[in-house]
Design a protein around this ligand. Structure first.
Ligand code: 5GP
Ligand code: ZN
Length: 115
């Protein structure tokens, strides 16, 4: 809801047409700069800075959306053999958007050059 939005936050202002799935407390969108094809972000509707600020019902809603999207993505592409799932928390950990989001990154054998 609007009262939980923060001015100037890109994830508080996601246009509805970018939303690929949602439930009562969370959205899923595609990452604008995907690490791999179908890289998805699971985002709480309430503006909170990171994973540790979430309320348990938001965590549950995000978890459900994460599992739903994983299934949809797997069903759409039989070359996917794994996922990276995670949250960057804090600038020093690589967080660049300070509105909580969980990365769901599909992986395929040999897809990304390892460092
Ligand atoms: P972080 O580095 O904070 O964990 O992840 C932020 C993610 O948001 C990055 O993967 C980046 O590509 C993505 N991103 C940044 N700006 C936008 C945007 O305007 N739209 C979408 N869909 N993704 C964005
Ligand atoms: Zn926000």
């Amino acid at each position: 809801s609007y009262e939980h939005r923060e001015n100037g936050c890109i994830f508080c202002e996601i246009p509805q047409e970018r939303v690929v799935a949602e439930n009562e407390l969370a959205y899923a969108i595609l990452d604008a700069f995907p690490v791999t094809e179908q890289h998805t972000l699971i985002i709480p509707k309430r503006h909170v800075s990171d994973y540790f600020e979430l309320h348990q019902p938001e965590r549950n809603a995000m978890q459900r959306l994460l599992e739903e999207r994983r299934q949809v993505i797997m069903d759409s592409d039989n070359t996917i053999t794994g996922f990276n799932v995670g949250n960057n928390v804090g600038e020093d950990a690589g967080q660049t958007v300070m509105h909580c989001h969980t990365h769901l990154i599909p992986r395929r054998k040999g897809d990304v050059e390892e460092p």
